[in-house]
Design a protein around this ligand. Sequence first.
Ligand code: ATP
Ligand code: MG
Length: 499
Amino acid sequence: MADHVLLARARQDLGAFAELVGRPLATWQAASLTLERRTTVIVAPRQTGKSRSLAVLALHRAFRTAGIRVLVVSAGEDAAKRLLSEVRAVAADSPLLAGSVVDELASLVTLSNGSEIRSVPASERAVRGWTVDLLIVDEAASVEDDLLHGAALPTTAARPDARIVLAGSPRGTAGAFYEAACRGFAGTDVHTVAVRWRLRDATWISAEAIAALREGLPPALARAELDGEFADIGDGLRLFEDAWIDAAVARELPGLGSLAVRDRPGGGPLRLGVDVARSGHDETVGVQVRGGRVRVAFAGHGWDLMRTAEAVVRATCEDRLADSSALAAVDETGLGAGVVDRARQLGAPVRGFVSAARARQPQRYANVRAEAYSGLADALRDGLLDLDASDRVLIGQLRQVRWTTDRLGRILIESKDALRARGVVSPDRADAVVMALSLDAAWRPREVLSAEDRAARELEEALAIHARAVRVQEARLRWNHPKDWAGGSVMGNVLGERW
Ligand SMILES: Nc1ncnc2c1ncn2[C@@H]1O[C@H](COP(=O)(O)OP(=O)(O)OP(=O)(O)O)[C@@H](O)[C@H]1O
Ligand SMILES: [Mg+2]
């Protein structure tokens, strides 16, 4: 085709433009972004190419009409930067867009025809005050309604021909994005059209990867993120389904001390999780888990740290006479650190649990707490736990736990502060169960790894096993030759090697 014909087509057609600038779009992606009506709503699962399509769309519109202004609003600072760098990369690589200028500080790309594309995070300060011809909101379900209505949408008010694109994965059945989608799907509003994208149409994501993702997600999250469906926000965001909890309450697993316990996941050794009270209202509580049987070991109000430490020692060390591999996890953030130190000093096998620490699968879970809670969700869903029917406190707390996703789309469990704000008591017992489960690989949420990551992980694990064997060997040597010790108590050294 002659150059001028190609050029004319690229001006006309988003798909042709995308091809020419080296970011081809699927037919269904390009077809949903013709912007015939004032507002276009794209409801799409994760990874179906929303951000890519929007970046190309922004460039296409700026390219085909001189002197227009495009504002791209992303849910967060990082997302806005990523989108800007995608726009910049396309502009830099393509002869079609030669002469484009980038001002990183102003998050602005100016094309040689005078059109501008600005990419900003969803904040009042960044958004308010612009007048634009095209407003694009990526991850629109994560942008606060106030901001969308109060600052973002008004940027188009002065231009009757302006266009708006709201794209995102669904997040519950309320809010401006949900309402716009409903209007668009219902066809009752001549100014709004909604389009649903499907994961199965995104050929760049393998069916295997989708199946693996689905397995690792709570059902409500899978419905929203994989199927792109609006799930009811109240129950849809609850981490544990009532049916799972009810089944776990009805289930009777063998009691502690029974040999049958050893055959169950996480079976055998006793695990104790301990949540340390931060105020008089909260409970200090220790929960034991063994072979899937979950029971409160101790609970009380107003305990001082020494008393809690002693309870930890009692709950683990009694068992250690029969079973030397008992372990306790104690919430180490804040007050709990004192309990960890004292219980350790008394010889208890304690590990600190830090909720905010980095998860083992940091791309899926915002922190250790989210990962550990997801492990509990898996165990409940898979029917591996026996909850105490008389423990209404724990059962009530489990029914309240909600998940959400952070700006990076990782699973996040509602914080204790947020719960308090909703008037819900702190889920101390649920936290203790989660801490107990976190001690065993058997209770961790299943990993979703690429073959490459898996190989790296296996190597890492093999090296860790080797390093541990070397340490044990050294400990044995020291045991046999006490004169060579560097210091410390006898038990401390032995324990130090074991945990
Ligand atoms: N038409 C396409 N052809 C090939 N690959 C594509 C296409 N569209 C998107 N991709 C690729 O799919 C991946 C996800 O794209 P993108 O980040 O735009 O999706 P998203 O819907 O914004 O995802 P998220 O929900 O995680 O924000 C990227 O690697 C992107 O390059
Ligand atoms: Mg995206």
